[in-house]
Write a protein that binds this ligand. Sequence first.
Ligand SMILES: NC(=O)c1ccc[n+]([C@@H]2O[C@H](COP(=O)([O-])OP(=O)(O)OC[C@H]3O[C@@H](n4cnc5c(N)ncnc54)[C@H](O)[C@@H]3O)[C@@H](O)[C@H]2O)c1
Length: 263
Amino acid sequence: MAHQLLKGRKGLIFGALNDKSIAWKVAELAVAEGAEIVLTNTPVSIRLGEINRLAEQCGTIVIPADATSVADLEALVDGTMEHFGGKFDFVLHAVAMSPNIRKGRPYTDVNYDFFQKTVDISAMSFHKLLQTLYKKDALNEWGSVVALSYIAADRAMPGYNDMADAKAMLQSITRNFGLIYGREKHVRINTVSQSPTMTTAGQGIDGMTEMVGYADRISPLGNATAEDCAGYVITLFSDLTRKVTMQNLYHDGGYSSLLPVME
Ligand SMILES: NC(=O)c1ccc[n+]([C@@H]2O[C@H](COP(=O)([O-])OP(=O)(O)OC[C@H]3O[C@@H](n4cnc5c(N)ncnc54)[C@H](O)[C@@H]3O)[C@@H](O)[C@H]2O)c1
């Protein structure tokens, strides 16, 4: 049921690869809630994934960009402003990748070139994006930026590998940039710490199926799905959350407040 929470708002959404992606669900719901959006992903993900189908469904365009490239981000923000005819209101960063996870390297035997890639794609890209938006003054006052995190940023969970460290950095960037952007432009920046979710990125993590089942059993409300996540993110883009910023917001059916008890 749509409430037109984003009526008249414009936003940029990173990370829709296929219809399992959290960003895909956010894009669909943003449009259902009255927003206009622009989609982006890497050229290879656009080619191998299904984002063009989503763009058609949402009546919009896809602008290719590698989130680790400042030049790409500058062209993306310029292209988005051109498409909208000016500034916009919200941004979703749903971007992550760990070559160490992909190649099955355990946390005690990571490849450091891979580690740097993990950090660049999954955390530093967020700083690059925020800096580009800030320098170009691309966001309207009271705009909202959301990135997606995971509880391994806050608790020891070596199975999540170097992505845990990248997510901790992502949350730190959220606080530090949030302070400046909030004071100067009333732009709010938050991370949503989502339940384990069976997406393409999620499925790459060692022991993911067990983790999803375990979290679902012990969380009082069960795991939050990608659709649930979209609902929460839309509230953060809406005017109903204008004073929420610099937060890591758990969206996990209560999991993060439990003692780690054995079943
Ligand atoms: N799936 C989970 O269990 C879970 C839980 C918590 C947080 N998250 C986070 O949610 C976000 C979205 O992931 P998802 O689970 O929907 O998986 P997904 O695989 O559908 O999305 C990941 C996206 O990152 C994009 N990407 C990778 N490298 C990029 C780059 N250099 N530039 C631009 N885009 C790039 C991919 O193309 C893909 O679209 C990620 O930040 C992920 O860490 C996922």
